[in-house]
Design a protein around this ligand. Structure first.
Ligand code: NAP
Length: 486
């Protein structure tokens, strides 16, 4: 069963930072895959912009290399690559200078959708926005895509929002969080609001707790300078994990439309209680054999920045009071996993006696690897010999349930860029959401900075510090194993 593709209208997309890592690994390969799928029309123009002295041809060569390196081989079709690169242009441009802006203006056409992707360091976001206005390129309806990190704290996020608001209408600002572009994340909304089965149980009466885990095996080498100033709380919790928490916890919006969804997410963030010191564990990975420690990776022997954090959050509203949300994320952990587990309460009484056991159901929403959704249910173990109960997964993994074609789902960036062109902001963060998330994060960070506490050490490729396990054990709960398998 082939997936349905609706071509978008012709557009001019400028990728500021078009020679950078993100552009080469994600944005350009994503655009190529959409082109291959037939979604990008003949009238589309993709313009890379950076300071490097390249002509169109050299940049097209870079684009070919990005496709070669980051698109699966079975999708590298020479004729398609050749026609795709005809859509590619390059402008040598300085975000902080005068070079290139006139040339860029010359390449942009009137009457087609115009989008600017800020794939540069966050220190340049404001410069770019202001120069676009200065050179009269922010025509009515022009969209701007802003990468993460969106600010370092509430103050800087407010300042950035203020600059963007002077240059663009909020309805044209797309603050990207690629987690929201993942198929499973959207499916989570459909599972919740497209079925009657889950929603009546989706509250503190039936849900014991919720776990959100984003674990990585990689360290921070290569991004050390940025990471050591950010840490896991700013890098993952304030944005990606907060967005996942919102989608799990929000009330049903009246419709699946940008502001209706974002209004509900905002209410969740505003209902979050402050996190107390006892409900939070910070960690830092140590050296193991040839694997350097965090402090070695960031080249800062005194660093107090966390490469791991686990915390218990509470949402004070009618639906969730009494159901904790456990969030855990870290580098150099056992496996690369992003998942949400909704752990339901145990049945109040077992009619099967001791033999039967009494475990709660669990809905696991897996973002990576193996995107999919699994519901654990209790059944009778087949065969004679009385009533022995076992837990089995009802697997809704896309590859198995929908067939290989449908499971070949677009990457998050592909989907989100096409949403920008279509003008659909539902999967992007609004300015007030980002500020509310910082308003919750800032005091937590300030409290530990004030205490001067060191993060707890943990071994690379473990599950993080012991204390993080205790955060759950204290209440008789258990984290799910950090494992590749669902
Ligand atoms: P990068 O590899 O350092 O690339 C930066 C790009 O900006 C280069 O093309 C660079 O080219 C250009 N640039 C730098 N200064 C410029 C200036 N004054 N005027 C015009 N262009 C300039 O960075 P990246 O990893 O692609 O990240 C880009 C953004 O995406 C950052 O905000 C980052 O936080 C975010 N992000 C990246 C990833 C990722 O996986 N890489 C993931 C999530 C978010 P020249 O030096 O030739 O000008």
């Amino acid at each position: 069963m082939a997936s349905r593709v609706i071509p978008v209208d012709p557009f001019d997309l400028v990728i500021f930072g078009g020679t950078g890592d993100l552009a080469c690994r994600k944005i350009i390969p994503g655009l190529y895959r959409r082109y291959l799928a037939g979604q990008i029309p003949p009238g589309a123009r993709i313009i890379g912009a950076a300071r490097a002295d390249l002509g169109h041809d050299a940049y097209r060569e870079m684009v070919r290399a990005a496709i070669r390196d980051h698109v699966s081989e079975n999708k590298q079709i020479p004729e398609t690559v050749a026609t795709f690169v005809e859509h590619i242009h390059y402008v040598q441009l300085d975000a902080r200078g005068v070079t290139g802006w006139k040339e860029l203006g010359g390449l942009l056409r009137k009457g087609v959708i115009r989008a600017f992707y800020f794939s540069v360091g966050p220190g340049l976001f404001a410069d770019l926005a202001e120069r676009l206005v200065q050179h009269g390129l922010n025509s009515a309806g022009a969209r701007v895509v802003v990468e993460k990190p969106f600010g370092h704290d509430l103050q800087s996020a407010r300042e950035l929002n203020a600059v963007l608001a002077r240059c663009f209408d909020e309805h044209h600002i797309y603050r990207i969080d690629h987690y929201l572009g993942k198929e499973t994340v959207q499916n989570l909304m459909v599972v919740r609001f497209g079925n009657t089965l889950f929603e009546p149980l989706w509250n503190a009466r039936y849900v014991d707790h919720i776990q959100i885990t984003v674990a990585e095996t990689v360290g921070v080498a290569g991004r050390g300078e940025y990471y050591d100033r950010a840490g896991a709380m700013r890098d993952m919790v304030q944005n990606h994990m907060m967005q996942l928490l919102c989608l799990i916890a929000m009330e049903p919006p009246s419709m699946f439309a940008a502001d209706a969804v974002r209004d509900e997410k905002l209410k969740v963030i505003r209902a979050l209680d402050p996190v107390s010191a006892g409900d939070l564990v910070r960690g830092q990975y140590t050296r193991k054999g040839d694997i350097p420690s965090y402090r070695e990776d960031v080249d800062n022997p005194d660093s107090l920045t966390e490469s791991f954090i686990a915390l218990k959050a509470h949402i004070s509203n009618w639906r969730w009071t009494g159901t904790p949300f456990y969030l855990r994320t870290g580098k150099r952990l056992k496996a690369r996993v992003s998942e949400i587990a909704v752990v339901f309460k145990k049945p109040p009484h077992s009619i099967f006696g001791r033999q039967g056991g009494r475990s709660g159901n669990m809905l696991v929403i897996r973002l990576q690897p193996n995107e999919g959704i699994v519901l654990n249910v209790t059944i009778k173990e087949p065969g004679p010999g009385g009533m022995r109960l076992i837990e089995v997964p009802l697997d809704m993994s896309f590859a198995e349930t929908l067939g290989e074609d449908r499971a070949d789902i677009p990457d998050a960036y592909e989907r989100l860029i096409m949403d920008v062109i279509r003008g659909n902001q539902t999967l992007f963060m609004r300015g007030d959401e980002v500020e509310a998330a910082w308003a919750w994060t800032d005091p937590v960070i300030a409290a530990w900075e004030e205490s001067g506490n060191e993060p707890l050490p943990y071994e690379p490729f473990s599950s993080g510090p012991e204390d993080a396990l205790m955060l759950m054990h204290r209440k008789g709960r258990r984290w799910r194993e950090i494992a590749d398998e669902l």
